[in-house]
Design a protein around this ligand. Structure first.
Ligand code: ADP
Ligand code: MG
Length: 343
């Protein structure tokens, strides 16, 4: 059947063929009956007229139906054609509630998704360019000052130190971007191991202690002794912990504290990083896991990171089959994430 359809070509011709297949045998049968003179001439003519009129009506109705269907098919074809030529303000409309309108609905959903993704990519490129340009401008000025011998001695050393800070920030930004794009592409080339969380959390907390002490913030790990190991990649998991603890320290004033906890919860381990800091404003809570989103005032913004920490953490946690969420953001902040327990 498909071979026949392929040979006939357009839908209009396929419909015409269907009508012909119905009408033609009846006419042939009528001629045979008339020739064999089973009926009188008069009757044969009458039946012939009825069959011809019925055939004509069938053809007219089929053509009308076919015209509506073809119009919808063409609307879908033209809409998708416009999208493939780069147009994006396209909404495909069909005239009936049938399979074609379902097809148009699916095409519209696809176009909308395409637009969202393109916008996200444009925003990302804009944010990356901005975040690269700012430290590079500073680096250029510092390098010129050092190179032109405008500054000497202690100041020169201080400038070089600032250059190192900018370079570190730039390379951290590029690492995060690279990680994020690999995770978004589903490129997860890491191995999963049994990870004893108490050890990993302890190590990470130790590594952050100096940074916390400078701010006068206490960092504690409160993990049960008997906690089952997680099934995870230790480096990636440590990166998540590092991001969360760093955020907690950053947003907690002096004399505050940051506590890391963990407990089993139906086949998973839920880890929590709690701080006694300023919390997150209600209107910002939905956005903090989006790449490049930075909350707070402008002053806080310039001193903080690029807004990738939570986005990278979410991508890593989700790649492990877990979830990450804000458990509380009103009285200090509590960020929780889950990872599977090792079998
Ligand atoms: N513990 C926290 N307390 C208050 N605000 C937080 C906390 N963690 C994250 N945030 C908010 O979420 C935003 C995004 O965090 P993140 O993705 O780590 O980016 P960055 O730390 O580079 O700003 C931060 O800019 C901040 O406004
Ligand atoms: Mg951060």
């Amino acid at each position: 059947m498909n071979a026949v359809r392929a040979r006939i070509g357009s839908l209009a011709r396929q419909f015409a063929l269907a009508v012909a297949i119905v009408v033609a045998p009846v006419l042939v049968a009528l001629v045979v009956i008339a020739v064999l003179m089973v009926v009188s001439n008069h009757q044969a003519v009458l039946v012939a007229v009825i069959v011809v009129v019925a055939g004509a009506v069938a053809i007219a109705v089929a053509r009308l139906l076919a015209r509506g269907i073809l119009r919808d098919v063409h609307a879908i074809r033209d809409g998708l054609g416009a999208v493939s030529r780069g147009q994006r303000e396209v909404v495909i409309e069909t005239s009936a509630r049938d399979e074609l309108s379902e097809l148009a609905g699916a095409a519209n959903a696809m176009i909308e998704r395409l637009c969202d993704e393109e916008k996200a990519r444009r925003d990302l490129v804009a944010a990356v360019s901005h975040d690269l340009r700012t430290p590079i401008t500073s680096l250029r000025l510092l390098a010129e000052a050092v190179g032109d011998d405008i500054v000497t001695g202690e100041t020169r050393r201080a400038y070089i130190e600032r250059m190192t800070t900018h370079i570190d920030a730039l390379s951290a930004l590029i690492d995060d971007l690279f990680e994020l794009s690999r995770l978004e592409a589903g490129d997860i080339g890491w191995s999963l191991e049994r990870v004893p969380l108490a050890e990993l959390v302890g190590e990470t907390v130790e590594a952050m202690r100096v940074q916390a002490e400078v701010k006068g913030v206490a960092v504690l790990a409160e993990l049960p002794e008997s906690l089952a190991p997680a099934r995870a990649n230790p480096e990636k998991l440590q990166r998540v912990l590092f991001n969360l603890i760093q955020n907690a320290i950053r947003h907690t004033p002096a004399d505050g504290s940051v506590v890391v906890r963990a407990q089993p919860a139906d086949g998973r381990i839920v880890v929590e990083v709690q701080d006694t800091g300023v919390g997150i404003a209600p209107e910002e809570r939905d956005h903090v896991f989006i790449a490049f989103y930075r909350g707070g005032t402008d002053a806080a913004r310039t001193s903080a990171g690029a807004g990738l920490g939570l986005a990278v953490s979410r991508a890593i946690v989700e790649a492990h089959g877990g979830e990450i969420w804000l458990a509380d953001a009103a009285h200090g902040t509590r960020v929780r994430f889950s990872v599977p327990v090792a079998a």
